[in-house]
Design a protein around this ligand. Structure first.
Ligand SMILES: [Ca+2]
Length: 110
Protein backbone atom coordinates (compact mmCIF):
# COMPACT_ATOMS: atom_id res chain seq x y z
CA UNK A 1 0.00 0.00 0.00
CA UNK A 2 1.33 3.40 -0.96
CA UNK A 3 1.45 6.22 1.47
CA UNK A 4 -0.27 9.41 0.42
CA UNK A 5 1.99 12.40 0.35
CA UNK A 6 0.99 15.99 -0.47
CA UNK A 7 3.02 17.32 -3.39
CA UNK A 8 4.41 20.38 -1.69
CA UNK A 9 5.16 18.70 1.61
CA UNK A 10 8.55 19.43 3.06
CA UNK A 11 9.91 17.19 5.77
CA UNK A 12 10.40 19.09 8.98
CA UNK A 13 13.24 16.79 9.98
CA UNK A 14 15.14 17.44 6.75
CA UNK A 15 14.94 21.19 7.02
CA UNK A 16 15.82 21.67 10.63
CA UNK A 17 19.56 20.95 10.36
CA UNK A 18 19.85 23.35 7.42
CA UNK A 19 18.10 26.11 9.32
CA UNK A 20 20.17 25.54 12.43
CA UNK A 21 23.36 25.59 10.38
CA UNK A 22 22.43 28.92 8.85
CA UNK A 23 21.14 30.75 11.88
CA UNK A 24 22.31 28.71 14.84
CA UNK A 25 19.70 27.26 17.17
CA UNK A 26 19.34 30.42 19.20
CA UNK A 27 19.31 32.66 16.15
CA UNK A 28 16.68 30.50 14.55
CA UNK A 29 14.40 30.56 17.57
CA UNK A 30 14.94 34.29 17.93
CA UNK A 31 13.88 34.88 14.33
CA UNK A 32 10.82 32.70 14.77
CA UNK A 33 9.79 34.47 17.97
CA UNK A 34 10.33 37.84 16.34
CA UNK A 35 8.10 36.77 13.49
CA UNK A 36 5.50 35.46 15.86
CA UNK A 37 5.36 38.74 17.78
CA UNK A 38 5.02 40.66 14.53
CA UNK A 39 2.12 38.60 13.33
CA UNK A 40 0.21 37.86 16.52
CA UNK A 41 -2.89 39.58 17.81
CA UNK A 42 -1.49 41.56 20.77
CA UNK A 43 -4.72 41.23 22.73
CA UNK A 44 -4.87 37.46 22.40
CA UNK A 45 -1.18 36.53 22.22
CA UNK A 46 -1.81 34.18 19.31
CA UNK A 47 -1.89 34.45 15.53
CA UNK A 48 -5.34 34.50 14.00
CA UNK A 49 -6.25 34.73 10.32
CA UNK A 50 -7.18 38.36 10.99
CA UNK A 51 -3.98 39.29 12.76
CA UNK A 52 -2.00 37.53 10.08
CA UNK A 53 -3.59 39.64 7.36
CA UNK A 54 -3.32 42.89 9.28
CA UNK A 55 0.27 42.36 10.35
CA UNK A 56 1.53 41.04 7.07
CA UNK A 57 0.33 44.26 5.44
CA UNK A 58 2.09 46.55 7.93
CA UNK A 59 5.02 44.58 9.33
CA UNK A 60 6.06 42.66 6.26
CA UNK A 61 5.02 45.14 3.59
CA UNK A 62 2.81 42.59 1.91
CA UNK A 63 -0.22 44.85 1.72
CA UNK A 64 -2.91 43.32 -0.40
CA UNK A 65 -0.87 40.20 -1.10
CA UNK A 66 -2.48 37.97 1.48
CA UNK A 67 -6.13 37.26 0.89
CA UNK A 68 -8.53 36.31 3.62
CA UNK A 69 -8.54 32.83 2.20
CA UNK A 70 -4.74 32.55 2.14
CA UNK A 71 -4.47 33.77 5.72
CA UNK A 72 -7.13 31.33 6.87
CA UNK A 73 -5.50 28.42 5.08
CA UNK A 74 -2.10 29.27 6.55
CA UNK A 75 -3.59 29.22 10.03
CA UNK A 76 -5.39 25.97 9.23
CA UNK A 77 -2.18 24.44 7.95
CA UNK A 78 -0.25 25.28 11.09
CA UNK A 79 -3.00 24.70 13.61
CA UNK A 80 -1.97 21.45 15.28
CA UNK A 81 -4.47 21.39 18.15
CA UNK A 82 -7.36 22.63 15.98
CA UNK A 83 -8.35 25.58 18.16
CA UNK A 84 -8.43 27.84 15.09
CA UNK A 85 -5.40 29.99 15.99
CA UNK A 86 -1.62 29.61 15.96
CA UNK A 87 0.26 29.70 19.22
CA UNK A 88 3.99 30.29 19.27
CA UNK A 89 4.95 26.64 19.02
CA UNK A 90 2.58 26.01 16.13
CA UNK A 91 3.91 29.07 14.33
CA UNK A 92 7.53 27.94 14.76
CA UNK A 93 6.76 24.49 13.41
CA UNK A 94 4.87 25.96 10.46
CA UNK A 95 7.68 28.38 9.64
CA UNK A 96 10.22 25.57 9.72
CA UNK A 97 8.07 23.61 7.30
CA UNK A 98 7.82 26.66 5.03
CA UNK A 99 11.53 27.27 5.12
CA UNK A 100 12.05 29.06 1.78
CA UNK A 101 9.45 31.64 2.79
CA UNK A 102 11.11 31.98 6.15
CA UNK A 103 14.40 32.82 4.51
CA UNK A 104 12.64 35.43 2.46
CA UNK A 105 10.91 36.91 5.50
CA UNK A 106 14.16 36.80 7.43
CA UNK A 107 15.54 39.41 5.07
CA UNK A 108 12.63 41.68 5.82
CA UNK A 109 12.88 41.26 9.56
CA UNK A 110 16.58 41.95 9.85
CA1 LIG B 1 -3.73 26.02 17.65
Amino acid sequence: MEEEKPESSIEFEDLLPVMVARLGTEGLMEELCKGFRLLMDPAKGVITADSLRRSSATALGLGGCITEEAAASMVREGDLDRDGVLDQMEFCVLMLRLSPELMHMHERWS
